[in-house]
Ligand binder design. Structure first.
Ligand code: BT5
Length: 249
């Protein structure tokens, strides 16, 4: 059973001292709830990569109802929830005065070149999604630097008067609701303006698919969520998101 429960803005949170993965705990909750823990022992990222969740970070999973049928004509596709979560996190961090934060496609939150937060969206049931978010806040990231790909960063080193974990969770919940409501009415097109701020300018990338490596300048995504590159030859190429194994900067 959780150690603590209560309201958190429009959400209800359930806090465990230790959990394997809050994304697993969230599956058992109804929509509108948050599973959060202080230490996460079996946290995961995309493609079953390991997420390190030591004490002091925010390890939380938000349950979101998927009641209405997808309006794919308007660009509302539940596969885009990682972008929704990425934009919500970006908005929250910029709101804290963190000017160096940006989104790396599809949903890594970086401060400069360092990884500050990650997102893992899962869909345990037809009518519910779990949005798992991990943010390094007060946890000691210097000790994990050797274990991870990008250098890590933590919020406490980047903002003045870093808010408490509960305050960060509450703020994230409200930013998530705000972006979700924009998205559910207008789909990806309605997010484009915010996302273009979040990508923070064009930059050279390599995109790896099963068949090839495409090098070019990442300029953003199209209204279906696919990355758009401008190529050295002066042409523009859109790479279907589902073919992409990795994007490297
Ligand atoms: C992610 O995956 O970045 C998604 C992470 C989602 C974690 C949350 S915590 C709450 C919820 N419960 C879960 O079990 N998961 C979610 P991906 O883009 O695949 O990146 C994973 C990579 O990030 C790893 O392979 C490491 O290189 C790196 N990494 C692991 N722990 C990290 C940390 N604490 N800080 C920065 N980078 C980390």
């Amino acid at each position: 059973p959780p150690e603590e429960e209560g309201p958190c803005g429009d959400w209800t949170y359930h806090e465990w001292a230790e959990a394997f993965s809050t994304n697993d705990l969230a599956r058992t909750l109804p929509p509108g709830h948050i599973a959060v823990c202080r230490v996460q022992t079996g946290g995961r990222g995309r493609f079953n990569r390991k997420w390190i969740g030591e004490e002091g970070g925010l390890w939380a999973s938000f349950t979101v109802p998927l009641s209405a049928p997808e309006d794919t004509a308007a660009g509302v596709h539940w596969g885009h929830l990682p972008l929704v979560a990425g934009l919500a996190l970006f908005n929250m961090l910029r709101g804290m005065g963190l000017d160096s934060v940006r989104l790396r496609w599809p949903n890594d939150l970086l401060a400069g070149k360092s990884k500050l937060a990650g997102i893992l969206v899962e869909r345990p049931a037809e009518n519910m999604a779990v949005i798992g978010i991990g943010i390094n806040v007060f946890n000691d990231v210097s000790s994990i630097a050797g274990e991870i790909k990008d250098p890590p960063a933590r919020l406490a080193d980047l903002v003045r008067d870093c808010p408490s974990l509960h305050a960060v969770m509450a703020s994230l919940g409200s930013h998530l609701n705000q972006v979700l409501s924009v998205f559910s009415h207008g789909g990806v097109p309605a997010l484009q303006e915010g996302l273009s701020r979040a990508w923070a300018g064009e930059r050279p990338v390599s995109i790896l698919t099963d068949d090839e490596t495409v090098r070019g300048i990442f300029t953003g995504i199209d209204d279906q969520g696919n990355p758009v590159l401008s190529l050295p030859a002066g042409t523009v190429r859109t790479i279907p998101a589902h073919l992409i194994n990795r994007l490297l900067e």
